[in-house]
Design a protein around this ligand. Structure first.
Ligand SMILES: [Zn+2]
Length: 90
């Protein structure tokens, strides 16, 4: 069963060690990423079982996490606001 992460910024999912049915163990950096529109799947490199499904953060989650001092969120928010500002000018 894949673990579903609904808030990208909140949990320690990125560094959690996860065991697969096939016996493989590791954190998300060792898994294969499959990008989708709404989520990113993290797949066991040994047997291609989906281990993690991570929802992409929406702008409210990014703003909240940035306000809470999450550095990655602050960087993302800066990029998003830059993009919005550019968009606004066209
Ligand atoms: Zn596996």
């Amino acid at each position: 069963m894949a673990i579903v992460i609904r808030n990208y910024f909140i949990t320690g999912w990125r560094s959690d060690r996860i065991g697969c049915e096939c016996g493989w163990q590791g954190d998300s950096s060792k898994m294969r990423m499959e990008l989708h529109e709404e989520v990113t799947d993290y797949v066991c490199p040994a047997c291609e079982n989906t281990l993690l499904i991570v929802s992409h953060p929406d702008i409210d989650q990014v703003r909240q996490a940035a306000a809470d001092g999450n550095e990655e969120a602050q960087q993302q928010l800066a990029l998003v606001e830059e993009a919005l500002a550019l968009h606004g000018k066209t």
